[in-house]
Design a protein around this ligand. Structure first.
Ligand SMILES: [Zn+2]
Length: 354
């Protein structure tokens, strides 16, 4: 897969409103699905009965599965009665459910492997970047312990399945440590010593004002040798992708571009051949499809876009579909924003290798 790449979130096994053919028409390189959510809906035995994630979703290209550390953290941060995190993994009691879900590091790996994923991500303990140092330290130690158990379980399963190095999925470790450099370093060194195929930047990547945590994100990348791919988990704003790519990250995923599309915020380049500067995002503009000024717009969303939506439909027609709440709007808008993300990463590859 050519890098850098943006991977849309197909959390529950689908990028909302679009089919696999739609995704291929945009040249989407890969998807991120969530093992933790899939274990609840449709349930692990159902995913397995439907032939694993590739067959279930009719998706021929790579799939990265996230373990659920971040989702568990979000749920528990919202309300402690939803569950707990310990050195043995995660226990979750989702609201309105009388079932309890237990996710040990071994189970997180077993599930992802049984789902026929291409990249397994270790279970980790996520924190908020503003959490105090003692909280971050506990999370880092736990993340290292969890990663070690994930690695052992992964190796045991590969041995058992007799998969060769080429047939195996990849295993990624996630670096925690919040905003503390020494903790990030400690976590990165411990994970490098355990040994993974790639690494992820763990923790929410934005501060409380929604600004990218550029300094600590760049520092964390510098701790991992350049030969390893590094995934900026949850980074999806186009300007943030450019900043993280400049820091050396090559994989990105987020639900933001597709969510923005469904809400009528469409991404466009301001020039046919934009120069992607991280310091000034003057290459990026938004078209708010619901604005009255688009009622009679008879051109495409962008004159430079080659997505299936811009090839056939006018912005005025999209405005109409948006206003009447038709599902076709969600599909076409999603296709447009996803094609924008593919073009963005293509431009990054071309520019940064000049
Ligand atoms: Zn388009």
């Amino acid at each position: 897969m050519p890098l850098p790449a943006f991977l849309p979130d197909a959390t529950l096994g689908v990028v909302r409103s679009v089919s696999s053919d739609d995704l291929l028409a945009c040249d989407t390189p890969a998807l991120v699905m969530n093992a933790f959510h899939l274990m609840q809906r449709p349930g692990s035995s159902t995913v397995q009965a439907l032939g694993g994630l590739h067959r279930m979703a009719g998706w021929p290209r790579p799939i990265v599965t996230d373990s659920g550390g971040f989702q568990a953290y979000s749920l528990i941060a919202q309300n402690a009665k939803f569950g707990s995190i310990s050195s043995n993994g995660i226990t979750i009691r989702p609201e309105g459910s009388d079932r309890k879900f237990q996710l040990t590091p071994e189970k997180a790996v077993q599930l992802q492997v049984s789902y026929d994923t291409d990249v397994v991500i270790c279970l980790d303990q996520c924190t908020h970047v503003d959490a105090p140092e003692d909280v971050q330290r506990v999370a880092v130690e736990r993340t290292i312990q969890l990663a070690r158990r994930c690695r052992s379980e992964f190796d045991r399963l590969m041995e058992q399945k007799r998969l060769t190095a080429e047939q195996r999925p990849l295993l990624f470790g996630v670096i925690q440590g919040g905003g503390y450099r020494d903790l990030r370093r400690h976590c990165a060194e411990a994970l490098l010593a355990i040994g993974f195929d790639g690494y992820g930047y763990g923790g929410w990547p934005l501060d409380k004002d929604n600004r990218l945590l550029t300094e600590i994100i760049s520092y964390t990348r510098s701790l991992i040798p350049a030969r390893y791919p590094m995934h900026a988990l949850g980074v999806g704003h186009p300007a943030n992708i450019v900043a993280c790519a400049d820091a050396g990250y090559t994989l990105f995923d987020s639900a933001m571009p597709t969510r923005d599309a469904r809400h009528g915020r469409l991404y466009v380049f301001t020039a046919e051949q934009p120069y992607l500067s991280a310091s000034a995002a003057d290459w990026l503009d938004y078209v708010y499809v619901g604005d009255d000024k688009h009622i009679k717009a008879d051109g495409p969303i962008s004159p430079w876009c080659d997505c299936p939506c811009c090839a056939r439909y006018s912005l005025g027609y999209l405005h109409h579909l948006f206003k009447i709440g038709d599902g076709l709007f969600h599909r076409l808008a999603t296709l447009h924003n996803l094609r924008f993300m593919v073009k963005l990463t293509e431009s990054l590859r071309a520019e940064r290798h000049d």
